[in-house]
Design a protein around this ligand. Structure first.
Ligand SMILES: O=C(O)CCC(=O)C(=O)O
Length: 359
């Protein structure tokens, strides 16, 4: 058992990471199509007179891309944060601690190695993102996956090395949780719902975090860092750092998400798509690797209470259009099972919850 980051620099891609031809990125796609860019939304406007405009931009981005890049987070969060200052130092501070984690000797990281999906904190590699993926398909990624919020309850599960890790993660997790809740209030308002609609069960589960590490790859045309998937929950807030690699499916093409310093990439998950009865979309994305530089991303996934019932918001289905709901109710646990069964495939998962109304 080894993490990819501990391989002695290989000259060629080891066979088990070579994807079958139909799963490889085409050579011309490695850059990602840069002629279309994800909307960049400056959140500062949401603090004052520009609130309606920011909400409008989020709704547009959600309908067309399922993704946007959010800027001006520092002020956006800091002006509202209670009991702590939040700034670039929080984002960079945690990114540095996480990068240091992957630089530690192999044994220190492997203490956390596990393939058990329900562990609160684990390291795994190369791997399958779902139980149903076949084990002979491997992706070029190491991952530290942990539950990060509420911090007081969960921090004793986190790595205690490097020394700064827990303290910096705690600050980062609180800040991102706050940001996500504020974004969800804007989204709720944009949907014509009560601004606190997403609080409580819909977002009350333990927040997950993937710290993804993609070492330099000997041949990016033969593999992927993460295969195409849609995220399963409400909202994902991603810090992708300064190295590109994330690609989003847009009108049948893979568009590259250009890194922006201290911006977060925000994307909508399948749960949000079904709660909004299809008004907002969850969109497929993947990660290509890079032969020149390693890349690290931190994805924070806001989750529902697993036992609670989730379904299209009544306003979405009984509003002016008075249409019948497209999706049935489900629990958070059912959502997880369906996600595993469909290996993150958006269409297949939505089909499992779709109501086929008699004409
Ligand atoms: O590394 C990235 O940019 C995306 C990560 C991702 O999609 C995930 O963790 O599920």
């Amino acid at each position: 058992m080894k993490l990819i980051c501990d391989f002695p620099s290989p000259k060629s891609l080891p066979d088990k990471y070579v994807l079958p031809p139909e799963k490889r990125p085409c050579n011309h796609e490695l850059q990602g199509d840069l002629s279309v860019a994800l909307p960049v939304i400056d959140l500062q406007g949401a603090l004052g007179d520009g609130r309606r405009q920011v909400i409008g931009e989020i709704m547009e981005a959600g309908k067309e891309f399922g993704f946007f890049q959010a800027r001006c987070l520092v002020r956006f969060i800091a002006m509202h944060a209670v009991n702590h200052g939040v700034g670039e130092d929080v984002i960079q501070g945690f990114r540095e601690a996480a990068a240091e984690f992957f630089r530690m000797p192999a044994e220190a990281k492997l203490k956390h190695y596990s393939n058990e999906h329900n562990k609160h904190c684990r390291v795994f590699s190369g791997s399958v993102t779902s139980h149903t993926d076949t084990n002979d398909i491997r992706y070029w990624r190491d991952c530290l996956k942990l539950r990060c919020y509420p911090v007081d309850k969960l921090m004793h599960h986190w790595p205690s090395q490097p020394e700064t890790f827990r303290e910096r993660l705690a600050k980062y997790a609180v800040a991102v949780q706050e940001l996500a809740q504020r974004l969800l209030r804007l989204i709720a308002e944009g949907l014509g719902l009560d601004s606190r609609f997403f609080e409580g069960d819909l977002t009350g589960g333990e927040t997950m975090m993937n710290v993804n590490y993609y070492p330099r790859c000997p041949d990016p045309s033969l593999t992927l860092g993460i295969r195409p998937h849609s995220d399963r929950y409400i909202l994902t807030v991603l810090s992708q750092g300064d190295v590109s690699g994330l690609q989003v499916k847009h009108k049948g093409r893979w568009i590259g998400v250009q890194p922006m310093h201290n911006a977060f990439v925000v994307n909508f998950g399948l749960q949000l798509e079904m709660v909004t009865d299809g008004v907002l979309t969850s969109v497929e994305h993947r990660v290509v690797t890079n032969s020149a530089k390693a890349r690290m991303s931190v994805a924070t996934l806001i989750r529902p209470n697993m036992g609670s019932r989730i379904g299209p918001a009544p306003v979405m289905v009984n509003g002016e259009t008075n249409h019948r709901p497209k999706y049935r109710d489900f629990t958070g646990s059912e959502l997880i099972e369906a996600y595993e069964a469909t290996a993150g495939n958006r269409e297949a998962l939505l089909e499992m919850f779709r109501i086929h109304h008699a004409k």
